[in-house]
Design a protein around this ligand. Structure first.
Ligand code: MG
Length: 378
């Protein structure tokens, strides 16, 4: 039985992970989790999963009754809560937090020598070099949950050299529209992803293509390839989750229905395939699979991602921070859709890149600077 800890249990990845644990009770046991706002989820989880002994929350004040009712469970709040879950007595930590907040607990888990199943791509975007360095030092495995990276992970071969990684992108809800046509799209339109049901932040990131931009950076750090070995192809059906082209010209792809339980299961077992508990893919009912070149002038965030990999230092961290602020401003009706990219570009142009060895302190400083700057643009 593998003991599982989940950071961000209430989100879409967190809930899918719980479903995987629920459907495979002989494989996995949940031992700790964190939630943020949705505290109503805590009690049913504690009643269902009796081995949970650590819970992280936003505020202990809000859950006084639960603390009294479950004396065998240790509750912690804020950053300490994330730290306690990340370092709890688990075999594998699922980091399903959204945004920069996922970085610190990833570092804590590496220090505690925990295997990490990573869904929080921002961790690798802002601190890829640092995470990689520390993971090697501590002999810690980082296994991707992100569907594209799981696909690549599933395709790679121990003894074969990779020529190219091909990341597929659904293109989001606007891939057929011009830059002019998407200028003033509404929040509802932007949140309406065609193939995946996801949280708000990642849905907006998919509509702007910042999600794919981050996935380029994520792939770079996970798979040790050069930036020019990562290609993005628009694939509206989201059936081929990504591909690996080897030096002999062979391309391997991973195909499946759009169900995050598949990459999550694969990460939790680290490569042993479990019985599918959802749908099997029917290629004949999908009918056709299309692929289009991703135009970097149309999808500017992709261009920014390649730039970030060349510039290195704190540049990728600023890219992420400015985007987090811009998405929040857009979701709060403070800026228009097209201004999200604009906020990021303006913040990046104003940033003085800190190169050299990337430390946690440098990242925190650059992140704070970028947030402050990005908030003042509009
Ligand atoms: Mg993805």
């Amino acid at each position: 039985m593998k003991k599982i800890a989940i950071l961000g249990a209430s989100g879409s990845i967190g809930q899918n992970t719980i479903e995987v644990i629920r459907r495979h009770p002989n494989e996995f046991v949940l031992v700790s989790f964190s939630v943020y706002k949705q505290i109503e989820l805590i009690e049913p989880l504690l009643n269902e999963f009796k081995n949970v002994n650590v819970v992280g929350v936003k505020s202990l004040e809000e859950i006084k009754d639960l603390i009294n009712k479950y004396p065998n469970v240790s509750f912690y709040e804020k950053d300490l809560g994330l730290n306690k879950v990340a370092t709890s007595s688990c075999d594998i930590l699922v980091n399903a937090l959204v945004g920069f907040v996922g970085l610190k607990p990833t570092l804590d888990a590496i220090d505690a020598k925990k295997t990490i199943a990573l869904a929080n791509k921002e961790t690798l975007v802002v601190a890829g070099e640092l995470i990689k360095r520390k993971a090697i030092e501590n002999n810690v495995d980082i296994i991707p949950i992100d569907s594209e990276h799981s696909a690549i992970y599933q395709c790679l071969e121990k003894n074969s050299k990779v020529n190219k990684i091909i990341l597929t992108a659904s293109g989001g809800p606007f891939f057929k529209k011009s830059l002019d046509e998407i200028k003033n799209v509404s929040k509802e339109e932007a949140l309406n992803h065609p193939t995946w049901k996801m949280g708000r932040k990642i849905s907006i990131d998919s509509a702007t293509m910042f999600n794919k931009a981050f996935e380029i950076i994520e792939a770079y750090h996970l798979f040790n390839v050069a930036e020019n070995q990562i290609q993005v192809l628009i694939h509206p059906q989201s059936i081929v989750h990504s591909m690996v082209e080897f030096v002999d010209g062979s391309i391997k792809a991973q195909l499946a229905v759009s169900d995050m339980k598949i990459p999550i299961s694969y990460a939790l077992t680290n490569g042993r395939r479990l019985e599918n508990t959802s749908d099997f893919l029917s290629l004949s009912s999908v009918g056709k699979l299309e692929f289009y070149e991703a135009d970097l002038n149309r999808f500017v965030p992709l261009k920014l991602a390649y730039q970030a990999l060349i510039n290195k230092g704190t540049y990728p961290c600023v890219l992420n921070a400015a985007n987090e602020v811009a998405v929040e401003l857009f979701l709060n009706d403070k800026i228009k859709f097209y201004q999200i990219v604009d906020v990021v570009i303006k913040t990046l142009s104003a940033h003085e890149n800190e190169k050299g060895v990337l430390t946690y302190e440098k990242i925190v400083k650059a992140d704070a600077w970028a947030r402050n700057f990005a908030r003042r643009i509009y």
